[in-house]
Design a protein around this ligand. Structure first.
Ligand code: HMG
Ligand code: MG
Length: 298
């Protein structure tokens, strides 16, 4: 059966805004995060402590984090290496995320490393975070398809998942970075992971909606017992280092489906929609979320 409750891991402020052409002012980002918390999101990925030249849109992480860190919600931040971890810990971050790739092409494009070099870089990050009691999420990109390499074999994905869990990640987020997965792919990967001993409670799913499959994929994951779903308010997002990555699954679309299924999220859909409409005004273009459009045109 389906779970009774789902935890939404909101990535709009990070995955969404990292892909904007223009840089959103820090105060607008801070207001966005505050509004998301008021709408009932309990896990809000705030920003990334990556190299500012690689992701200039999030170069204000030091300025932003103190403006949101007083909120009573979980505020994970991305850290690729020890330098990033130092920056996050200096500001009191209690949750971090490392981000690996299942494919060599994306590891190179996103981290300037091979898959295994990137894993080696994360070892010390995860170990140090754990000694400080900091929660660690491990992202894994290109779990289904890669823009350069095409379909990604399940065993290749499973290997990197295991490596991330073995080094101490508390949870994994399975990324469909370019949105090519379909429910059959999702079933095959989740079945393989669970058969090889990965507790389903440690798994989250991270779908991009490029081919309009994100909700169908989410439903397939729920049927496998997954209860953590990544989404981005208003469907903001993409990834600057992956060709053809468009927006994430919109949080409103997700909440609409979950509400219809009787699955609790604690999210106030009207407040969330109002937040995405407000953000769309700041960005100067309408939200791509069908649910935001439907609810805001009533
Ligand atoms: P590199 O060029 O190999 O860096 O980049 P390096 O280790 O050789 O260091 C070079 C210089 O950068 C050094 O300075 C470092 O101190 C500095 P120098 O000694 O030359 O003066 N440096 C830093 N400065 C600030 N903060 C840091 C940092 N690290 C090094 N953290 C690196 C390697 C990993 C840094 C780079 O590739 C990088 O920052 N990549 C981040 C890319 C990124 O953020 N991508 C988007 C997130 S992933 C995603 O969106 C996918 C996801 O949504 C899931 C999905 O959809 O699949 C999560
Ligand atoms: Mg993403």
């Amino acid at each position: 059966g389906l779970p009774a409750r789902v935890r939404v891991h909101e990535v709009g402020a990070r995955d969404g805004l990292q892909n904007e052409k223009g840089t959103v002012p820090t105060e607008v980002k801070a207001e966005f995060v505050h509004r998301l918390a008021e709408a009932g999101l309990t896990t809000i990925e705030a920003t990334s402590f990556v190299h500012p030249k690689w992701v200039p849109q999030l170069a204000d992480a030091e300025q932003l984090f103190p403006l949101v860190s007083g909120l009573l919600v979980a505020l994970p931040v991305l850290v690729p290496n020890e330098r990033g971890l130092d920056r996050a810990l200096a500001l009191g971050a209690r949750r971090v995320a490392v981000f690996a790739s299942a494919t060599e092409s994306f590891a190179k494009a996103n981290l300037n490393r091979t898959v295994d070099e990137a894993l080696a870089m994360f070892e010390s990050v995860v170990a140090r975070a754990k000694t400080q009691g900091v929660h660690v999420r491990g992202y894994l990109s290109m779990c289904f398809g890669d823009p350069w390499e095409g379909a990604v074999p399940v065993p290749q994905v499973v290997r990197v998942c295991k490596a991330l869990l073995d080094m101490g990640c508390d949870e994994l987020s399975l990324g469909d970075t370019i949105g090519v997965a379909t429910p059959g792919h999702v079933r095959r990967l989740l079945t393989a992971l669970v058969e090889q001993g990965t507790p389903v409670e440690t798994l989250g799913v991270h779908f991009h909606d490029t081919y309009g499959q994100a909700l169908a994929n989410t439903y397939a994951a729920l049927e496998h017992g997954v209860t953590t779903v990544d989404a981005s308010a208003g469907g903001l997002g993409g990834c600057p280092y992956a060709k053809s990555a468009t927006g994430n699954l919109a949080t409103e679309d997700l909440v609409w489906m979950l509400r219809g299924l009787g699955i609790d999220t604690g999210i106030d859909l009207d407040r969330l929609t109002a937040t995405s409409v407000w953000m769309a005004d700041r960005l100067g273009r309408p939200s791509p979320s069908r649910t935001v459009r439907a609810l805001s045109h009533k």
